[in-house]
Each structure stands twice: as structure tokens, then as C-alpha cells.
Design a protein. Sequence first.
Length: 184
Amino acid sequence: MSDNHHASGHDAHAAPSSAAKKVINLVVLVAVPVLTVAALIGYYKSHDRAPAGSMSEEAVAARIQKVGMLQLGQSKRELKTGEEVFKAQCATSHTAGLLAAPKFGDAAAWGARIATGYDTLLNSALKGKNAMTAQGGGAFSDYEVARAVVYMANAGGAKFAEPKAPEGAAAPADAAAAPASAAK
């Protein structure tokens, strides 16, 4: 019996108590990560950092320079005629009459649309209508789209006047070709 007593006494001294296990777990789970983070912060604060104010103004400017530039405003390209815009943007649908688009030069198809007036036609072209997508804000300016509307409507029987160019716009392509003596 004494052998049994001696073995159990030995086991009690060899294994840590449950309170000791809790302390060890606490150290491993809390103290080790905290010390690791503190060491990393210290390392990055002291490693290869130049003191504040040590960079020249030129070096700072070079580091924060712009990568690209976007300039908004009127483009400097020559404005397109109504016919040029029609050929580039509208011909696919209006030449073949795709998706119920009125065919170019078809007075019967354009008659009811012309009766709604120039402003309504222009609004439809700029904002889109039925299957036609909006042309405003696209590859051509609103003025160029307006010229295309006049070109198509007049080919269908309308008598719309050419829209006035916006102030500061480049000379229209067909006006640039007019002789200077005609202005007198």
C-alpha cells in the first residue's frame, strides 16, 4: 500500500497545477503577441527612416508629383458637319431602318417626327428614345448631334435651319470651307 501512496505523491509534484496552467496559457496567449507587436513597432520606427525635415523641397515635390493630368473644357478639334456625324454615328441604324429607325431620306417615315418639331427631335437624339441610345455626351458634341438631326430631318422633307454654333467653338467644318469674300 505504501508503494501506491508514494506513486501518487510523486505524480502530484511532477504535473503543474491547474492554476499554473492558467498562468502559462495567459502568458502565451496575451503577453507574447503584445511583446511581438511592440518589437515590430520599435523596429519600423527606427529602421531606415529619415528625420523629419531632412528631405529637400525638390525631393518632396518629386515624390508627390502628378502622374497624369485631365483637362476639361472645349476640345480644339474641328467641328464635324451633320453629314459627317450621320455617317459616323447614325448611318448604321438609319440607312437600313434597324429597330424601327426612320430610314434616311424616307419622307413618309420622317413626316410624323418632323411634325413634332426640331427641339423634340434633338431631345430624342441627345437623350435617346426607344432602341436609340443617348448621343449626348458621346463621341460628338451636342452641337454636332444637332447638326446631324437637321441633316437627317431635312433629307426627310424638313426645312430646319442649321443650328447656331456655341460661343468659342471652333469654326464648323463647312463654314471653314466657305470663301472669305462671301462674308462681305
